[in-house]
Design a protein around this ligand. Structure first.
Ligand SMILES: [Fe+2]
Length: 246
């Protein structure tokens, strides 16, 4: 599966691409196509995994299944309907995700790129929240699935109550909040808005799938008090330098 673009090797085999991405100004298109990545030099660690020799559902098999799904399903609801049980199966399979996908950060939650096909039709990310770490209230501007692999996360879902005519201010309201534990999969359409944090005493790990190159997509965070909308590009923790801010 030569498209598998696993994380840390970006930094060691494609430093120019990494640097170019890191310096890209907010709001400009992602100019570096994945075809410029040195994919021949990117080894496929998953295919070498012993997990491939067993009945275990692996990240590489999951990535192949998702790839098939996004190209065959006619719309967002079908994509979500088909991928949800696959992600549930993945996060419930012991040892299905390599530990490297969950490399943490001390200063913020971590989002590590696991896989993205050449045409960037979707991205697969390993997320890590240490105790006390939180996201802002944010959107993805694409479909998203988030499956809890280990630990527990608190997730609050929001909805926008105004018409969106003001690009700088939004009225949002919380519609639910709950604790998600291992095996739970959240499904969000392209209008989904949420916040995820870890109020437990242990790290939380999760697998995320998005309908675009989520690390290089400009999207929004929302101030729950003032309603102010901010733009941000999240990037990937394992592709970019640690000093990059969220
Ligand atoms: Fe999110």
């Amino acid at each position: 599966m030569r498209e598998l673009t696993y994380c840390f090797l970006f930094q060691t085999t494609s430093e120019n691409v990494t640097r170019r991405i890191a310096l890209r100004p907010l709001g400009t298109p992602f100019a570096v196509s994945s075809s410029r990545l040195d994919t021949k030099a990117i080894s496929n660690r998953f295919l070498k995994s012993p997990l491939m020799q067993t009945e275990q559902y692996s990240t590489s098999q999951f990535a192949r299944d998702v790839d098939t799904c996004v190209r065959k399903c006619p719309n967002e609801s079908e994509v979500l309907r088909w991928i949800k049980p696959l992600l549930e199966k993945l996060v419930r399979s012991p040892g299905s995700v390599p530990a490297e996908a969950f490399a943490p950060r001390k200063d913020r939650f971590a989002m590590n790129l696991i896989h993205m096909p050449r045409d960037e039709r979707f991205s697969m990310v390993g997320g890590v929240w240490h105790p006390g770490q939180t996201t802002p209230i944010h959107d993805h501007l694409t479909w998203a699935l988030i499956g809890v692999y280990d630990g527990e996360e608190r997730e609050a879902l929001f909805r926008r109550t105004n018409d969106g005519s003001n690009p700088k201010i939004a009225k949002i309201e919380k519609v639910s909040e709950k604790i998600n534990t291992k095996g739970h999969v959240t499904v969000l359409g392209n209008r989904g808005i949420h916040r995820v944090d870890n109020i437990s005493g242990k790290p939380t790990t999760s697998i995320h799938v998005y309908g675009r190159d989520i690390g290089h997509a400009e999207r929004h965070s929302y101030d729950p008090v003032t309603g102010e909308i901010s733009r941000f590009v999240s990037r990937y923790c394992n592709v970019l330098r640690d000093k990059e801010r969220f």
